[in-house]
Design a protein around this ligand. Sequence first.
Ligand code: ZN
Length: 264
Amino acid sequence: MTICTVDLGDTELLRYSRHILLDEFGTGAQEQFARARALVVGMGGLGAPAAQFLVAAGVGAVTLCDDDDVDLTNLQRQILYATSDVGARKVDAAARRLAAVNPTVRIDTISTRVDAEALVPLVQAADVVLDCCDNFATRHAVNAACVRGGRPLVSGAAVRFDGQVAVFDPRDPASPCYHCLFGDGEEVEETRCATMGVFAPLVGIVGAIQAAEALRLIAGVGEPLTRRLLLIDTLTMRFRELAVPRDPACPVCSGRDRPHRESR
Ligand SMILES: [Zn+2]
């Protein structure tokens, strides 16, 4: 964990002026951004735009996880990457681009697929976790690590024209975890997703919403997307939300009656 000393100089005040001008943010939120670390799991269609906004907004440290290389089929929607990046590690290409956007942000990269064990210290080092991955095994592992570490999880998904976003916050006793909503047995659906198309702007919409939730969680501003599942239909451009309760029998979070935050 890097301890960031926060001293917003003239350049920073200018760079972040459009956030500082927001009454809800001001310099206080900007200093909180600078002190924060975000963990982004998956640097595809969702993680790329989410990371772009976090870095541009001055989140002090961002950890990027992805074991994939940039593929030609990614470029239709993963607009962080250039044609010249095809074949490169996604985290390397992303780190280069993001460093150019904002060289003051510390960017750490992990180019292996993170399993449950590897996720624990990564999650505990983070203030907020963004699940931008494309497989249920990782989603469940990220969720379990967030419940264990007491860290808020911003979960996003996108396939075809349909997107979903929700925040699972173990610090909120009424908040469900990912497993409360999506138990085991989703693998059949996952197999089908691998062969489905995805509408390019949808991933930008979902990733941007994830960044918005992460920034507001860091700053403690507004009403987070907890206890709600936001459903986005970009074929009709309708947004709706479902109330999502906690499952008292959930095997992942049911023992979590007293949220705690393990030390870093
Ligand atoms: Zn649960």
